[in-house]
Write a protein that binds this ligand. Structure first.
Ligand code: AP5
Length: 209
């Protein structure tokens, strides 16, 4: 059983590494960002309530995120473990998570702010299968098209510069204090998130064991 949380600023590469590690370990990649974006795309009541917060770069209210995450964690595939990416994002969420499941490891991604902005401004995603690309660091085989289904790639609305500024400030104020929280619980390991995705994946595998 491997229950891992990824903590780190926007653009640190959490989603890229979580998808990869989860596939290697045969456990699900649970991204609250992906779950919320799917709810927005499907225009569910929860998605409609979350949309404005996401696009402005603010956190979605805790009760909405908890509803979506609790349902997902309750599905059978999550019983073997999970890589949780994007949750918790504040102390209240961390305390609620402790009531839902124990954790084995929290990985804190560390990377200079300038690299975050470069990664976010070049990110493109497939709106159909959610695969993440980067215009220079991870380009698709055919420019602007998903390698897997040919769908036209798009930029996330919250990757616009003003939303990125808000997301970085929200991370510093609300999420970064969780590093101390999980250090005190003896769960935290830091990961150097600079370098190529392959370099980061190699370091991550050493941490996870
Ligand atoms: P979420 O989707 O979780 O976004 P985030 O945490 O801001 O993280 P990102 O997805 O931006 O970055 P990432 O670290 O996954 O990087 P990636 O691998 O894509 O949340 C979005 C919004 O949803 C929030 O703002 C909030 O509104 C809401 N939300 C979600 N969870 C919530 C919660 N718990 N509570 C309240 N609200 C919540 O990589 C970035 C780019 O860099 C890509 O283009 C990638 O190809 C490239 N890249 C990756 N690794 C490398 C590398 N090593 N070298 C070069 N390029 C790289």
């Amino acid at each position: 059983m491997t229950r891992i949380v990824f903590l780190g600023p926007p653009g640190a590469g959490k989603g890229t590494q979580a998808a990869r590690l989860a596939a290697e370990l045969g456990i699900p990649h649970l991204s609250t960002g992906d779950m919320l974006r799917a709810a927005v795309a499907q225009r569910t009541p929860l998605g409609l309530e979350a949309q404005g917060h996401i696009e402005a770069g603010r956190l979605v209210p805790d009760d909405l995120v908890l509803r979506i995450l609790t349902e997902r964690l309750g599905r059978p595939d999550a019983r073997a473990g999970f890589v949780l990416d994007g949750f918790p994002r504040n102390l209240a969420q961390a305390e609620r998570l402790e009531q839902i499941t124990p954790l084995d490891l929290v990985v804190a991604f560390e990377i200079p702010a300038a690299q975050l902005v470069e990664r976010l401004s070049g990110r493109r995603i497939c709106p159909a299968c959610q695969t993440v690309y980067h215009v220079t660091n991870r380009p698709p085989k055919v420019p602007g098209r998903c390698d897997f289904d040919g769908t036209e790639l798009v930029q996330r609305p919250d990757d616009r510069p003003e939303a990125v500024r808000t997301r970085l400030a929200v991370y510093a104020q609300q999420t970064a204090p969780l590093v101390d929280h999980y250090t005190r619980r003896g769960l935290l390991r830091t990961l150097d998130a600079t370098g190529s995705p392959e370099d980061v994946a190699r370091r991550l595998r050493q941490l996870v064991g």
